[in-house]
Unconditional design. Structure first.
Lengths: 301, 405
């Protein structure tokens, strides 16, 4: 194979690997924005929280209950950590965000930004600022797969496939099922939906929990690849917002497709001019905003 | 009227202060204070700085007897977070308010360059160990700045020479994107070029990156025989680990870590690091004196083995205290002069000498990772001892402006 094509394919795979996290996080943001009209700035911090919960479950939780040999591994963490993050998200919605719905959306943005700073500060206080490796990668996902054009770690391949499935399921639930249609109706006209006997505040709380749970899930998936660090979310959230803006605020499919494709674009840029990789997403954002202010998949309003 | 009284009072105070200075005894403020300023939580907190460095300094103070010239010795430490501004602020506070007499560790060349300049302006001795940039005793040398243990000139003399002579004559660098990484890349490039090898390209990576995969692929596609890692600490460990994850080594390319510590080898495991060659300022298993010191250190620190940087921390603390004793004062000018005069000959630095530019010249070792020995820290064999004069740049070539030509 031509070495140039090989390099493009290889960097593309790595880009797709990053795109997974863009897609999962912007999906959660889009779900929350679509229903609550809240720009959740705490999304990056909740992603970080998910990664830390996986680390804590593996390395510390056993010792806390007096069982030093107990390590709660990757698979249980993949279910437990997102549930815990979702629970934390629901608490934020129930006791803080709910008070702000009648005000300008900027207040909820500021509130979630504050939550971010508090979470980051807490974790910097108790953990290494520059990251702790996650030791609990399952044995079955270690090793490499030969893709023909490159050797690719099994775990990263698992993350890509797993996330594509998760994104598809979420899209299907929201766009194609009864629960989804109620959700969408609730955003269009909450009063009317209430009249049909549906508990809208509960639905809103669960939706917020679901969106944040997705961030937690992404965090657990990220833990074995990147070091678990208090600022891992802060580094990502800016890109995620660019993805959401490009895809169109509130569009589920838009967030997913844009997330994966921007990861790809970023990866392939590295082949041609590596230092531009960090800026190419923002350049695209500027162009999209000029040409289609509602984003690629956004509805005209 | 009032202002005359004030003037009178302040004149009296001044005279008192002057008297105090005259009557001052050999040790300023009645205590010798050593400040360990290092990376206590980040990529360089294991092996270079962290608890290991503080332990080494404390152990030296204990072994010295806890006092010098009848005055107590105190050790304080702080985390500079790999930020030159945080480090400068701490150093300034230590010097102005805590009256620290000597600052050591200073891992991270950007930090060391900033603090060395600041401390020298305030007449305080610095003895950098963890920092590597040869500029510390070259273009940016200072009157009170000492560089103790190794530098970016000495590292490639051992490793790059061995690799190029073994056929690894084309290189691609993965470089930590700050003063240290660039200095190391430049010094290594000089060695490669002088032996007829060539450098095909490089990728600059921000300090403490967690994902090296895209840079490694870039290095792979360059077709270079050797991927040179001009980084250190956790960065080196992550890069080597990921090179294995992506099958780079199996693909026929060789990795050359320009700054590797035995703690890095330990954390990689000998199966991943096997065959890796690296240059070190000291190796614990090289002679009996070093073995005995390592055993003692392990006892002191609660089971942690020392790296060569920790050994340097101990050695320099001893040398500094010896110099105070010999000079009969902790006055920085006299102590610096004494440090330059005395031979530094201990388990760490054999036949060592601190030059006018502040560089400690001593023998270096080329090590090669082997299968584990009986001791879990017995991870390498000494392939070659590199004499100090060969490893380090000469006084004239170093380029320190303070050196009289």
């Amino acid at each position: 194979m031509d070495p140039m094509i090989r390099l493009i394919l290889a960097q593309g795979m790595l880009g797709l690997n990053n795109g997974v996290f863009y897609a999962m996080l912007s999906l959660g943001l889009a779900v929350i924005f679509g229903l609550l009209n809240v720009v959740n700035f705490a999304h990056g911090a909740l992603y970080m929280l998910g990664a830390f919960l996986a680390l804590i479950l593996y390395s510390y939780a056993g010792a806390w209950v007096g069982l030093d040999a107990l390590h709660i591994g990757f698979w249980p963490a993949l279910i437990l950590a997102p549930l815990m993050v979702a629970g934390f998200g629901m608490l934020i919605e129930r006791f803080m965000l709910r008070r702000l719905y009648k005000l300008d959306p900027i207040y909820s943005l500021l509130l979630t930004f504050g939550v971010t700073l508090v979470l980051q500060g807490l974790f910097i206080n108790f953990f290494n600022a520059s990251g702790t490796p996650y030791p609990g990668m399952p044995e079955s996902l270690r090793g490499v797969v030969n893709l023909g054009f490159m050797m690719f770690p099994k775990y990263r391949l698992f993350v890509i496939i797993f996330s594509i499935i998760v994104c598809f399921v979420v899209w299907y639930i929201i766009e194609r099922t009864r629960i989804g249609s109620r959700l969408r109706a609730g955003t269009e006209n909450p009063e009317l939906v209430k009249a049909f006997g549906i508990n809208v505040p509960l639905m809103v709380m669960l939706t917020f929990g679901f969106g944040t749970g997705l961030a937690g899930l992404a965090g657990v998936l990220a833990a074995p690849i990147y070091s678990v660090s208090p600022l891992m979310g802060a580094n990502l959230i800016i890109v995620i917002f660019a993805v959401v803006v490009i895809g169109g605020m509130g569009s589920i499919a838009g967030a997913v497709v844009t997330g994966f494709s921007l990861g790809l674009v970023e990866g392939i840029t590295k082949v041609f001019y590596a230092p531009a990789a960090n800026t190419v997403i923002f350049l695209l954002m500027v162009i999209v905003l000029l040409v289609r202010p509602n984003g690629l998949f956004g509805r005209q309003s | 009227m009032k202002s005359t009284i004030y003037a009178g009072v302040s004149a009296a105070a001044l005279m008192l202060a002057a008297n105090g200075a005259l009557a001052q005894d050999a040790v300023s403020d009645g205590v010798v204070k050593i400040g360990v300023l290092g990376d206590m939580s980040g990529v360089y907190s294991t092996g270079f700085s962290g608890k290991g460095a503080v332990d080494a300094v404390n152990m030296a103070v204990r072994d010295f007897g806890g006092t010098v010239l009848g005055k107590p010795i105190e050790v304080i430490s702080a985390d500079h977070q790999n930020k030159a501004d945080v480090a400068s602020a701490t150093a300034r506070q230590w010097i102005d308010e805590e009256h620290v007499d000597m600052i050591t560790d200073l891992t991270n060349s950007a930090v060391a360059l900033a603090v060395q300049k600041l401390a020298s302006d305030k007449h305080v001795i610095t003895m950098a160990t963890g920092a590597a940039s040869a500029a510390l005793t070259g273009a940016d040398c200072t009157k009170y700045g000492i560089h103790y243990g190794y530098d970016t000139h000495a590292l490639p003399v051992g490793t790059a020479t061995a690799v190029v002579k073994n056929g690894g004559d084309s290189w691609y660098f993965i470089t930590a994107d700050y003063a240290f990484g660039h200095a190391l890349q430049d010094n290594t490039t000089e060695v490669i070029n002088s032996l007829g090898g060539k450098v095909l390209g490089s990728s600059d990576v921000p300090l403490s990156s967690t994902d090296f995969s895209s840079y490694l692929l870039q290095a792979q596609s360059s077709g270079a025989k050797v991927i040179g890692l001009a980084n250190a600490g956790q960065d080196t460990v992550n890069a080597i680990k990921q090179a294995h994850e992506f099958g780079i080594v199996e693909g026929g390319q060789q990795l050359a870590g320009m700054l590797v510590l035995i703690s890095d080898v330990k954390s990689l495991g000998t199966d991943v690091a096997k065959g890796l060659q690296f240059t070190s300022g000291w190796y614990w298993n090289s002679d009996d004196k070093s073995k005995a010191w390592k055993a003692e250190y392990e006892k002191f620190s609660g089971g942690e083995a020392p790296t060569f940087v920790h050994a340097a921390d101990y050695s320099l603390t001893m040398a500094y205290l010896e110099a105070i004793k010999a000079a009969g004062t902790d006055d920085p000018d006299k102590v610096r002069e004494q440090l330059g005069k005395m031979k530094i000959d201990d388990f760490f630095a054999k036949g060592g000498q601190i030059r006018q530019d502040g560089l400690l010249v001593h023998d270096m070792y080329l090590l090669k990772v082997k299968d584990g020995g009986t001791d879990p820290w017995d991870v390498a064999d000494v392939v070659r001892t590199i004499p100090g004069d060969e490893a380090y740049a000469s006084l004239a070539a170093g380029g320190c402006p303070l050196v009289n030509k």
